[in-house]
Design a protein around this ligand. Structure first.
Ligand code: B12
Length: 210
């Protein structure tokens, strides 16, 4: 099966929350030795973008979004060994979480897995994590970087709060942010140390800050 067809199936499986198709297409992608970033960015992620658009346009509702994210999670589980088996070296510690008030965590989980695969020790503080939770985890684990995900325009402010809390704490850590509504401009505005649009780019970003 050509890679284009596999990509099309990956995208379709999320759009139609078809778990069986998702498992089959993900296995085919793994067998075809496609890169995780290609599988994510061109296939599964594109499907999720369609879901987001349809939700926005009220063509589908929350249960369908939940079904699509559960489908995505099945694929992520299958991809995990590929993402975390890359290196055994510990290049430093990164605390990752989704900021306070925001329960979206698929993108954050992708970033965690990509970073682990690249040899970083990742402490995942989960979704809906307040600034103090990030700072405590960083202190306890001697981290260098805090990564905060926000998927809603309403929770972008919590990224600013994390920068402020870090500054008040002596600016010990580098703060990086991402998530669909986040941007380089926003990160500059709030005084963050970095932004990346995808889980593939986060590796270079963290490397540049370590
Ligand atoms: C899946 C989903 C859900 C799932 C989440 C499941 C889960 N376990 O995460 C469920 C159904 C639970 C959900 C709930 C809600 N959702 Co929702 N959801 C989505 C959806 C469709 C996809 C998000 C996703 O997983 N994308 C796939 C991943 C892989 O992409 P990503 O997150 O962007 O991550 C990549 C990059 O951004 C980057 N990245 C991500 N994080 C980080 C962090 C760092 C540090 C860096 C450097 C990079 C980085 O790398 C990632 C990998 O490449 C989006 C639509 C969209 N287009 O984003 C809406 C969306 C985010 N949801 C939305 C809403 C409104 C909600 C709800 C409020 C709905 C409701 N009425 O209850 C609740 C949220 C409640 C809360 N308090 O948080 C809105 C937000 C609108 C806004 N205000 O901005 C969106 C945009 C949908 C829409 N079009 O209206 N949602």
């Amino acid at each position: 099966m050509a890679n284009d067809a596999i990509i099309a199936d990956l995208k379709k499986s999320i759009e139609t929350w078809n778990v069986a198709l998702c498992k089959e297409a993900t296995q085919k992608a793994i067998d075809a030795k496609m890169s995780v970033s290609e599988i994510m960015d061109k296939g599964l992620g594109e499907g999720m973008a369609v879901i987001g658009q349809k939700f926005n346009d009220a063509e589908i509702f929350l249960p369908q979004v939940v079904a699509a994210s559960k489908t995505m999670e099945v694929a992520l589980k299958m991809l995990e060994p590929l993402m975390s088996g890359g290196s055994s070296a510990n290049k430093g510690t990164v605390v990752m979480g989704t900021v306070e008030g925001d329960i979206h965590e698929i993108g954050k989980n992708v970033c965690c897995a990509m970073l682990r695969g690249a040899g970083y020790n990742v402490i995942d503080v989960g979704p809906d994590a307040d600034s103090q939770t990030f700072l405590d985890a960083a202190e306890e684990n001697d981290a260098k970087v805090l990564g905060g995900s926000a998927l809603m325009t309403t929770t972008l402010e919590a990224q600013r709060e994390l920068v402020i809390a870090n500054n008040e704490d002596g600016k010990k850590y580098k703060c990086i942010f991402g998530g669909a509504p986040c941007s380089k401009e926003w990160c500059d505005e709030i005084g963050a140390d970095g932004y990346s649009a995808t889980g593939s780019e986060i590796i270079e970003l963290v490397k540049s800050l370590m």
